[in-house]
Design a protein around this ligand. Structure first.
Ligand SMILES: [Zn+2]
Length: 345
């Protein structure tokens, strides 16, 4: 998420640097808690039906989430600035994961080279064809930006903005959702998994992809973006909030499919106009369809925004796993829903 001017609330309480990068080499797709496919059987949404929330999904693997964060937010990737070697390594990692899941590239290759940046930069885009002959021609884009701001002013002997919460957390969240859908019956509509570059440069990666898809007359049904999902909010009756909450009925549908309290309304999201500050906005602008960001960063629960202390060790992996497991039935519900179910207000 990009704030040109840090909201006042964020200036106070900046913490000390914690070094904590122990990278777990990620080897398999099925390791960990219930990394297998034990729960897809609970996935009872009939194609096209909008049944109330399905049996809870227990799939996300906090060890894999930890491994992804430790790699993406490691000092070795030097804060993943656009055009940097660190971002290239992150792209390799994402591509390797999608290949391991058996998710095919959306274009000829996974790499979608941006047309609007000075440096060479690319989105990583995977694709899961839908299962319903009538609806599979429509896409649901699931997104997260994997770039960050790189090297910043030295502080306590550290100049690497590791970007754990922003947005290695959203990237790892999307990887786990992709891993799930690679192991179960695909939803009715097709899923596009888009890892954006150059978000910190002005939503450039998503702007490029949204324009490219529109020029190809892509039928976009919805865009769901994941941003800063690393730490839980305190004292809220909902697990995540949606930017642009009032712009469509997506929040209501997500709570219907994913269970009450999955998505709530955060007033500050409106105050800071977050709807226009992340990659969902590029798709809303090009397609005028429901396109929103899910987040758990509420300006009070994380003092390390764009800071050298935004480290993998600060993330709450139990929370991240809960977010993934609650989002999965919501994604399926939206992607399976009958035409016209999801709409702009
Ligand atoms: Zn961000």
């Amino acid at each position: 998420m990009r704030f040109l001017q840090l909201p006042v609330r964020l200036k106070s309480g900046l913490g000390l640097l914690l070094g904590a990068a122990c990278a777990l080499l990620l080897s398999s797709c099925g390791a960990g808690r219930t990394g297998g496919v034990s729960k897809p059987s609970g996935d009872t949404h009939p194609v096209g039906g909008n049944k109330a929330s399905a049996a809870p999904v227990v799939f996300a693997d906090s060890l894999l989430l930890l491994g992804s964060l430790n790699l993406l937010a490691s000092d070795a990737l030097k804060g993943r600035d656009t055009g940097s070697e660190g971002l290239e390594k992150a792209a390799d990692f994402l591509q390797t994961r999608l290949e391991a899941f058996g998710i095919q590239p959306y274009f000829e290759t996974y790499r979608d080279t941006l047309s609007n940046t000075r440096e060479t930069a690319f989105n990583i885009v995977g694709y899961l064809p839908g299962s319903d002959p009538g609806l599979s021609g429509e896409m649901v884009v699931l997104g997260a930006h994997y770039d960050h701001i790189g090297i910043v002013n030295m502080k306590n002997g550290d100049a690497i903005a590791n970007g754990a919460n922003d947005n290695a957390s959203g990237t790892a969240t999307l990887l786990e959702i992709a891993r799930y859908f690679s192991q179960v019956r695909p939803p009715a509509r097709s899923l596009v998994f888009a890892f954006f570059s150059a978000e910190e440069r002005g939503l450039l990666g998503s702007a490029h992809l949204a324009r490219k898809l529109r020029e190809r007359d892509t039928r976009l049904y919805a865009m769901l973006n994941f941003e800063m999902t690393g730490v839980p909010m305190q004292g809220k009756t909902y697990l995540t909030y949606l930017t642009g909450y009032e712009k469509s009925n997506l929040a209501a549908l997500c709570n219907q499919f994913g269970g009450e309290g999955l998505v709530g309304f955060l007033p500050a999201a409106g105050e800071y106009n977050l709807f226009q500050r992340s990659d969902n906005y590029s798709f809303y602008r090009e397609f005028q369809v429901p396109a929103h960001t899910f987040s758990t960063f509420d300006f009070n629960n994380y003092p390390y925004y764009h800071d050298v202390a935004d480290e993998a060790s600060e993330m709450d992996y139990g929370h991240m796993a809960r977010v993934v497991d609650r989002l999965i039935p919501a994604v399926r519900g939206v992607a399976d829903s009958p035409a016209g179910t999801l709409k702009l207000n």
